[in-house]
Design a protein around this ligand. Structure first.
Ligand SMILES: Cc1cc2nc3c(=O)[nH]c(=O)nc-3n(C[C@H](O)[C@H](O)[C@H](O)COP(=O)(O)OP(=O)(O)OC[C@H]3O[C@@H](n4cnc5c(N)ncnc54)[C@H](O)[C@@H]3O)c2cc1C
Length: 417
């Protein structure tokens, strides 16, 4: 029997192992954590948003147009329906939510991992945990991986495994506590691959401004525009979370990868926050609310508190040097207009992203032009590369796991000796 070694027992590795084992290969998963699939348990706040039924166009990023096309082609070959059918075949029913997000019916991520592990066991996949792949050496036929075992009994023990085919499924660098510590990039480089600089994505943004401490903890529906070098680069709307260091929440996560890459090139990044997304007609809103006659009995702070969270109202007043208790009539129309204008477009300078430890995925990785459409390496023909290790990242909503399942399934079923 031919040996297929899968380095990394995450979403893509477990899927690849199942598909390769179904092809009749002897499959071994080498996982350096004490158990497989740790990150799966963290997904979707423990509920696992495992795919999304929406159109995938515009939901993924990569380094160039051809790579993006390759991502879309992959997701035609193995799309959200295939993912759902795959999970149903191995005993997991899923449900679709309003936004197209798909979850296990029980909304328990642990069940997703259970069915994958059960299927691996049924198919005779060998799983070795506490086993870190440190080296890869391609030979004329197949190759070897050098491993180091961890654990109290076998600390520092080393071994070699021969592979006829190797599937590198080690993930990227995001959330390294779950096991994806970036070691896969080193392994890919040993095979001659290049790596596009990995950067955190789906992550919080740290911003300039001491006022953040005063609004920390506030959650607000907001529209957020990302400006790169003063040009509008992206927009998203949803629940914004303000922290003591900057901005977080799904709309921020969605464009954090663009900010990360721009900051890495030394570009100026700003977020323009619209705290009044419910206002359709700005002109009449100004007319109604910057009216001294109508609101002369109110303080500026209480006027603004009727529009946004109290802490935001207080912060805007402070920023504009309007003291507590200052009446609208005292502040004057110009000052009130200026405060409202800032609620529509509150500009903050983005300084950096939070580190990989806080990121859900990473952008960058092994370029897609270095693998073929079955994710076989063009540089080392007995090796496949899958999942987040590759230069593909999706927005929030199940798209990243979909990429992991799809690449794992295609590579696993494409393995041929
Ligand atoms: C908090 C959080 C929530 C998320 N929620 C969602 C969600 O709801 N929906 C969604 O689509 N995506 C979500 N994601 C992203 C998604 O989990 C990942 O994109 C996906 O798991 C990537 O799969 P992977 O198999 O490529 O890598 P991973 O899942 O990271 O698996 C890599 C595996 O390889 C092992 N490994 C690494 N190096 C070695 C080595 N040298 N030797 C042996 N083993 C090694 C690791 O321990 C790990 O088990 C979330 C991520 C995080 C962090």
């Amino acid at each position: 029997m031919y040996n297929v070694i899968v380095a990394g027992g995450g979403a893509s590795g477990l899927t690849a192992a199942i598909f390769a084992a179904k092809n009749g290969y002897q499959v071994t998963i080498l996982e350096h954590k004490d158990r497989v699939g740790k990150k799966i348990l963290m997904t979707g706040n423990g509920r696992c948003n495992l795919t999304n039924m929406s159109d995938v166009h515009g939901k993924y990023y990569s380094s160039d147009k051809q790579s993006l096309q390759k991502i879309y082609d992959t997701l035609v070959s193995f799309g959200a329906n295939d993912t759902r059918a795959f999970f149903e075949r191995i005993g997991l029913y899923t449900k679709e939510k309003k936004d197209g997000g798909v979850y296990p019916v029980s909304e328990q991520a642990s069940v997703v991992l259970d069915v994958l592990r059960d299927e691996c066991e049924r198919l005779g996949v060998r799983t070795i945990t506490g086993c870190e792949v440190r080296t890869v050496k391609p030979l004329k036929q197949g190759g070897t991986v050098g491993v180091v075992y961890s654990g109290e009994d076998a600390a520092g023990r080393q071994a070699q495994f021969h592979y006829d085919r190797l599937i590198l499924a080690t993930g990227g660098k995001a959330a390294p506590a779950s096991g994806s510590d970036g070691s896969g990039y080193r392994l890919a480089k040993m095979l001659g691959h290049s790596v596009i600089k990995p950067l955190p994505a789906l992550v919080q943004l740290r911003c300039a401004g001491s006022f953040f401490k005063s609004v920390s903890g506030v959650r607000a529906q907001a529209g957020i525009t990302l400006y790169i070098d003063n040009t509008k680069a992206a927009f998203d709307e949803g629940e914004l979370q303000l922290t003591d260091y900057g901005i977080s929440g799904i709309p921020v996560f969605q464009f954090s990868r663009m900010a990360a890459r721009a900051l890495d090139c030394g570009k100026l990044c700003e977020a323009g926050i619209n705290f009044l997304p419910y206002v359709e007609d700005r002109a009449s809103f100004f007319k109604k609310n910057a009216s001294l006659k109508r609101w002369d009995y109110k303080t500026v702070e209480s006027l603004l508190s009727g529009m946004v969270h109290k802490k935001l109202a207080a912060m805007i007043c402070k920023k504009n040097k309007i003291g507590i208790g200052t009446l609208v009539s005292e502040a004057g129309e110009k000052a009130v207009r200026e405060c409202i204008a800032q609620l529509f477009d509150f500009r903050v300078k983005i300084m950096e992203t939070n580190p990989f430890e806080n990121a859900q995925v990473c952008s960058g990785g092994v370029p897609l032009w270095e693998v073929d459409e079955t994710f076989r390496s063009k540089l080392s023909k007995d090796v496949y590369l899958v999942g987040e290790l590759l230069d593909c990242d999706g927005i929030c909503g199940g798209y990243n796991l979909q990429w992991a399942w799809a690449t794992g399934a295609i590579a696993g079923s494409g393995v041929s000796v």
